[in-house]
Design a protein around this ligand. Structure first.
Ligand code: NAP
Length: 484
């Protein structure tokens, strides 16, 4: 049994950032528990062909570790993972990492005012504080379709790509047309004998302003201030999109026109174009960016099926029109179980309160970071802190700073733990709900993983990211009960 002062769960962008900033603040007594054998979170797990970030890399990176050497505007996943590895090495994080440590239980002890952390392999640690950096998009979601188990060929999820399955010359079926599918469909299409894409809801797609940075451009970006200026430009360009999201959906009209022009330019066939035209307000689901998805769908060996899937058989997929589509392999681009990422876990707080009980009315937290009844447990990218318009790394950095402020409050006061007061959490979430409910994600006429089963948005931050940054700059001591 070990007793580190603090335990970080997960070593993706959130966990690594927390570790870097802890060290910078003088806290060295912590470990990072990582379930896999390698760091990187989503950028380690998602290895599908074409996987890249759809947020420009100069913004999808830490503000304190600018990288003038990004090869492209939207770097491929390998490069992002290399970046994270390099950060861990540079900031001395590597010795704090414990691999193969899948956390199965977090239990708060009222008497000792500390947490017991249990890992799958039976290790038990006691610690004063826990930071969850587990992310939201990592439990693959498979559709419940009759006969799914009877399929005899390779069948796998985009986040668990089976690289041993050779799809060249095969009839491949892709289910789903989200952010992941639009990246791998163009890679599969040229090599497949036939590719059948099953679309339930057409996404809105913007062109992808991607390009490689030439060696000269990268040299320029090494000049003092250059990379930061570029980052600033990208930040404000992305942030301007929040006007439509956060202020008034009518401001999304320009985005809609851009997407329609993109569709028209890339899909000459009016029948295919109609099938690809969304009927909900743009922004209701994540706006996808791709310049090669539509062209892939116009290939002669690719077909788009818009009828619902009714059955999967040994070697085929049957649609609602009764057509049987033969397939040698199925790729599920069907997304993730988002809310369950937190609610499926064994976490008990004060008086044995479980997260399932605490969140039976829906997942919520104060600033998305602390939850009443769970002292000294901090969530990174917790409830309502995801984004549809800018880089979540910005949100992570705001949250990490807030956690450090909480730790400083504990040091200053000599308290063992802090627990957000139910009233503070309630008020915060009531205001959040009042803002979120009229916005495009709820009012835009679509269903998405942003909403829970009751149609409540539990995932996104409703406004500008600088507002979140400002609100989380200081910890209001009055919002917390200090436990001595
Ligand atoms: P997703 O956005 O949830 O998309 C899932 C797709 O599967 C949707 O098209 C959905 O259709 C479809 N689907 C689900 N069940 C189905 C069924 N029973 N029959 C037919 N279709 C079904 O998942 P994702 O593409 O993996 O992306 C998830 C999130 O990961 C993104 O929103 C984004 O935040 C993140 N991501 C980011 C990047 C990046 O570059 N930064 C890349 C990939 C993913 P409906 O639309 O009708 O539900």
């Amino acid at each position: 049994m070990g007793e580190p002062g603090l335990v970080i769960v997960g070593s993706g962008f959130a966990g690594i950032c927390m570790a870097v900033k802890l060290k910078e603040a003088g806290y060295h007594d912590f470990v990072i528990l990582e379930k896999a054998g390698e760091l990187g979170g989503t950028w380690r797990d998602n290895t599908y062909p074409g996987c890249a970030c759809d947020v420009p890399s100069h913004m999808y990176s830490y503000s304190y570790e600018l990288n003038p050497d990004w090869s492209r505007m939207f770097a491929p996943r390998e490069e992002i993972q290399d970046y994270l590895r390099a950060c861990a090495a540079k900031y001395g994080i590597t010795p704090h990492l414990r691999y193969g440590k899948d956390v199965v239980a977090l239990e708060y002890h009222d008497g000792r005012r500390d947490w017991t952390v249990t890992t799958q392999d039976g290790e038990v640690l006691r610690t004063n504080a826990v930071v969850s950096g587990i992310g939201a998009l990592h439990i693959p979601k498979f559709p419940e379709i009759v006969g799914r188990e009877s399929f005899t060929g390779p069948a796998f999820h985009s986040a668990e790509w089976d690289h041993s399955a050779d799809l060249t010359g095969k009839r491949v079926a892709v289910i789903g047309t989200g952010a992941s599918a639009v990246q791998f469909v163009p890679r599969l299409a040229p090599d497949a004998r036939h590719l059948t894409v099953f679309q339930r809801t057409p996404p809105w797609v913007h062109p992808k302003p991607d390009f490689a940075f030439s060696p000269a451009a990268r040299r320029l970006l090494r000049l003092p201030g250059a990379a930061r200026t570029l980052r600033g430009g990208i930040y404000w360009a992305l942030e301007s999109r929040a006007l439509g999201f956060a202020v008034d959906p009518r401001l999304m009209k320009g985005h809609e026109r851009l997407a329609l022009r993109h569709l028209e330019a890339q899909v000459p066939d009016p029948v295919l174009r109609r099938a690809l035209t969304p009927d909900y307000v743009i922004g209701c689901k994540r706006i996808l960016i791709s310049s090669d998805y539509y062209p892939a769908l116009t290939r002669p060996n690719v077909s788009l099926v818009t009828d619902a899937i009714t059955e999967i058989r040994e070697r085929s997929i049957v649609d609602a029109a009764g057509v049987e589509h033969e397939a040698d392999a199925i790729v599920y681009g069907t997304g993730f179980k988002v809310v369950d990422a937190l609610t499926d876990r064994h976490i008990t707080g004060r008086d044995g309160l479980s997260v399932q009980d605490a969140w039976k009315g829906g997942v919520e937290a104060y600033h998305g970071i602390t939850a009443s009844g769970f002292p000294n447990l901090f969530f990174l990218l917790g409830p309502n802190t995801g984004l549809g318009h800018n880089s979540v790394v910005f949100m992570i950095e705001s949250q990490v700073r807030y956690v450090i402020e909480c730790l400083r409050l504990l040091s200053r006061t000599g308290a063992r733990a802090l627990d957000v007061r139910p009233r503070a959490q309630r008020g915060y979430n009531d205001r959040l709900r009042a803002r979120l409910d009229p916005l495009v994600w709820s009012a835009g006429g679509c269903r998405s993983w942003y909403l829970d089963e009751h149609g409540v948005n539990r995932t996104l931050w409703p406004g500008f990211t600088f507002e979140y940054w400002a609100r989380t700059r200081r910890v209001k001591p009055g919002a917390y009960e200090l436990i001595f």
